[in-house]
Design a binder for this molecule. Sequence first.
Ligand code: HEC
Ligand code: HEC
Ligand code: HEC
Ligand code: HEC
Ligand code: HEC
Ligand code: HEC
Length: 506
Amino acid sequence: MNAAKNDSLLSHPLAAIGTAFVFYGGLFFGFLLLLDLATPAENPYTALVTFVVAPMVVVLGVVLVLLSMWLQVRAAHRRGEKFTFHVAIDTSSPHYRRNLAAFGGISVVLLVIIAYTGVKAHDAVDSVEFCGETCHAVMGPQYAAYHNSAHARVRCVDCHIGPGFEHWVKAKMAGMRQLYAVAFNTFQRPIPTPVHALRPAQETCENCHWPRQFYGEKFVTHTYYKTDEENSPWTVDLLVKIGGGNPRTGKLEGIHWHMLEANKIEYIAVDEDLQDIPWVRATRDNGEVVTYTQAPSTGGDIPDPNSSDVQVRRFDCMDCHNRPSHIFHPPAKSVNLAMSQGLISTDLPYIRKTGVELLMADYAENDEAITRIPQALKEYYEKDYPDVARDRAAQIDEAATTLVKLYRENFFPEMKTDYRTRVNNLSHFTNAGCFRCHNDRLESSDGAKLQKDCTTCHAIVAQGASAELAELERDLQGVQFKHPVEIGDAWRQMDCILCHTHESGY
Ligand code: HEC
Ligand code: HEC
Ligand code: HEC
Ligand code: HEC
Ligand code: HEC
Ligand code: HEC
């Protein structure tokens, strides 16, 4: 046996480099883990760096060490020698000293890289761009809608992930699962909602908005255009009683009453989208408890809140504001808005009706809609209104451009996401919303109802057949609601969504 060739494992430069990778890959992992644990508002995709990139550095190191061993064995065989490994510290060997120097040099370089990339990578995956763009196809709809919302400057992670160890672990696991789903294209279209992993509102929304901060009324104005040839306008101005703590009397009142301190509302929904609510329980701040259930005459079963397979949910911000940042407008609403802003000319005959129909038509993908909508609009006027097509070509072009923009902002056929798959609970006109409970059908044992009296939540301060405020019927005390077309008492008896359906553009 040739004792002189009894070499140390670390005598090959590749082995030294590999060992450095293993060692610092491990250090990198530990460092990121600490960083992860130390940053409270967290993002599931930091897992990408911690649990994928760092271990990859270690694996690379192991591969290098194995390679160096294989090279050394092969070289020894070539020389006809037998080769045994041992890890010896042999400072007298020049080989050893050279590799120790290499190890030291690489260590310094790796340490600098680790510290720098670790922090950078963490910042990168925490960013809005990472959430929205890295998984572009998947989150495209939510990302696009986000940029058109009041929360365009609030980071995704501020609503989606909050502090706390339990949520940290949950978010990491969800992140890895999502990574897998995207890599193997197994994610659902549309993405499932409601988001069960979302934190309670107290820990997200209330970091920035708190119930005591709201008060008073909010003025909102809606201008509609009917589906007749003239696109006749109709305007409703509302003072919405947002409520909160009244700064003058200190009383708690109005819509945000639901959220105020000792008041607690719980409910049971029998469907996945939380739309069908047969049971509600209110605990008032004086300790009084009232349970409202669907009147037996309506036929539905009343769920038992004590049963183990019934989930009683605590009502919070997101039960009304379920689309604070990802609103997909119904076509009737977005066309009405564009018309009131002058982006679609009200002089084009039937533009309200035609525009909505073009937005709602079936398109296989976004690109198809973008080419089809302008063509179809032009063809419509050429065929039915040749004079208009000739004299108002510029207005038709502008209307087409606006419709394409509305389509891009609100329809995502690749992800099967639009107003039809995404309810908005904030009103009662396009979805059941407030009328899920305030519908005159839920009753307490002593006969009190959750009423849908039109003055409970807002006052109609102006309305009429015009887009001009001066031409409307006005009264700050509120006027009696007038339905824009004659339907008798139906608007009082029936929920609005029974006529204002998805198929009619709402
Ligand atoms: C102001 C808070 C807020 C911000 C900021 C926010 N989201 Fe959301 N997001 C929500 C809420 C609330 C829901 C849940 C809706 C539900 O459960 O019905 C949601 C749902 C989602 C869904 C599930 C699909 C859906 O439409 O319900 C995705 C995906 C999503 N958000 C991605 C993002 C991305 C990406 C960003 C950043 C570009 C972001 N969110 C920013 C509040 C927010
Ligand atoms: C990081 C801070 C932050 C968080 C978290 C946050 N918001 Fe906001 N929110 C804002 C800001 C900033 C605005 C814009 C205020 C303005 O335009 O005056 C806003 C505006 C709003 C508005 C008014 C929207 C409008 O169209 O005028 C509503 C409603 C709202 N937020 C609800 C929520 C809900 C519900 C949540 C929790 C899911 C939430 N916010 C979480 C900061 C936040
Ligand atoms: C019962 C349903 C409901 C609940 C629960 C609710 N809100 Fe609201 N909130 C509304 C309505 C309705 C408006 C008025 C919206 C409008 O007309 O634009 C509103 C308005 C707001 C506004 C805008 C105020 C302004 O002056 O523009 C903010 C911010 C807000 N809510 C935050 C919250 C937060 C945070 C929570 C949870 C603590 C919450 N809301 C709970 C229904 C609700
Ligand atoms: C899950 C059922 C539920 C939904 C959905 C709901 N509410 Fe309520 N709301 C209640 C209950 C329960 C009460 C309290 C009734 C009581 O005092 O017994 C209440 C009370 C109110 C009050 C009276 C507060 C006061 O000053 O006494 C207003 C205003 C109100 N809701 C507005 C709304 C609006 C606006 C929406 C839709 C954005 C809405 N609610 C959605 C259950 C609901
Ligand atoms: C439980 C509370 C509540 C009750 C009861 C209620 N509304 Fe509303 N209504 C709302 C809220 C909240 C909105 C959304 C305000 C906004 O546009 O920001 C709304 C919006 C509207 C709008 C504008 C719709 C749109 O989106 O264009 C009309 C019109 C309206 N309500 C009429 C009525 C009539 C008529 C009644 C009586 C049958 C009624 N409301 C009862 C809460 C209520
Ligand atoms: C019996 C069916 C029916 C019910 C119930 C009903 N509507 Fe309507 N509504 C209509 C019809 C039909 C039109 C005319 C639509 C058109 O011009 O094409 C209309 C038009 C409107 C318009 C003008 C909007 C537009 O874009 O054309 C508003 C605003 C409106 N309704 C509000 C309400 C509200 C708020 C409720 C619930 C309180 C309600 N409606 C309930 C049938 C109904």
